[in-house]
Ligand binder design. Structure first.
Ligand code: PLP
Length: 372
């Protein structure tokens, strides 16, 4: 990345070289379709099943519980629609105002076809109150979906506490852990459904997984040849699954160093920023946010202008989530946290990742101050 500071790892992070290397044979000579019967197919099938086992070992689930998908968005769609539709017409959804669009738009679709949907509010840091979630669950609720960590601010939700309380109801508990996997020890224990996406932790884009606890009823969303035990049809992305599995292992093995280096970069960045601009604010609690996120509000700035100037200075950052890039309407996450449209436009998201060096924090802070 010579000379540039990449501070948009939450949008996507560079591939781990180990993942790329492991994928290469399956993009070249090992071209088999794992659903076939001959030796070429069997080699692809073996690679796919080995990838599934490796994913299961890192996430703490059974291999058969891993359903490979075409990314995090598809995993979220399958979790919500799959669990709600498996209940018949009245499968209800309880979710939170700050969820990713993949969850909120799936809930919106289900509501349009007659499923009861409740959206629970958050506090000014974007945290949901478990009691409010509990109060929203009723006999119709098929699935409760609360993300592990928010993609814009990095705030962590009380996932274990929520899992415990949902377990006492008839509903399934889903968590979108797409942003958390790079730095948090995400484990499946206690959950019913869990979404991950390879390109957020050093794997390729366009592949993800939904972990589905054995026995949780799930209606498929993509129909066809019945791959993934009927839960997700379509010829497997063998190279993608291999890349996802290797990236997940590498991320887990590198977690301690990641947290140290990224933590140091962020600490310096925020220290310098708040020292030079005391009225700036970090939009997340000091404890209880992802180590790689720094979502800040700088009164008086316009985020679009600062981002353009940062870009000219070889700094890549973002105003919020990349998935809504181009949209100039204020982020639904910040709106739910009580930010006015004007305040939202004073916010910037800097997100770090495995290629971040501790010194990047200082470099980023000085580039930001220059841009401002
Ligand atoms: N969920 C969260 C929290 C995300 O941050 C993203 C990616 O931006 C997604 C889901 C969607 O994942 P994908 O890009 O793999 O479709």
């Amino acid at each position: 990345m010579g000379g540039m500071v990449y501070a948009d790892h939450a949008a996507t992070t560079p591939m781990r070289p180990e993942a790329l290397e492991a994928m290469e044979p399956f993009l070249a000579e090992e071209h088999g379709n794992p659903s076939g019967v001959h030796a070429v197919s069997r080699r692809a099938k073996n690679a796919l099943e080995e990838a599934r086992e490796r994913v299961a070992a890192v996430l703490g689930c059974r291999p058969l519980e891993v359903v490979f998908t075409g990314g995090g968005t598809e995993a979220d769609n399958l979790a919500l629609k799959g669990a709600a539709l498996a209940r018949g017409k009245r499968g209800g959804v309880v979710t939170v105002a700050t969820e990713h669009e993949a969850v909120l738009e799936s809930a919106g679709f289900l509501e349009r076809i007659g499923c009861p949907v409740t959206i629970v509010a958050v506090d000014s840091y974007g945290r949901v109150d478990p009691d409010a979630v509990a109060a929203a669950i009723d006999a119709d609720t098929a699935v409760v979906s609360v993300m592990w960590a928010n993609n814009e601010t990095g705030v962590l939700q009380p996932v274990q506490q929520l899992a415990d309380l949902v377990a006492e109801t008839g509903a399934a508990f889903h968590s979108d852990a797409v942003q958390a996997v790079a730095s948090e020890p995400v484990r499946f224990a206690g959950l019913d459904l869990l979404s991950v996406s390879a390109h957020k932790f050093g794997g390729p884009k366009g592949v993800g997984a939904l972990v589905v606890r054995e026995g949780v009823p799930l209606e498929p969303v993509v129909h066809g040849g019945g791959q993934e035990l009927g839960r997700r049809s379509g010829t497997h992305n063998v190279a993608g699954a291999v890349g996802l599995a290797v990236a997940l292992e590498v991320a887990a093995a590198d977690r301690k160093r990641f947290r140290r280096d990224v933590g140091e970069a962020r600490r310096r960045f925020e220290e310098i920023l708040l020292d030079k601009i005391p009225e700036a604010r970090v939009n997340a609690p000091t404890d209880g946010r992802l180590v790689q996120h720094s979502h800040v509000r700088i009164p008086g700035i316009r985020n679009e202008t600062v981002l353009i100037r940062l870009d000219m200075g070889s700094v890549a950052a973002s105003a919020g989530s990349a998935c809504q890039s181009g949209a100039s309407s204020p982020s639904h996450v910040l709106t739910a946290m009580g930010f006015s449209p004007e305040a939202s436009r004073e916010c910037l998201r800097f997100s770090f990742g495995w290629t971040t060096r501790p010194a990047d924090g200082e470099e980023l802070a000085s580039a930001l101050l220059t841009a401002i």
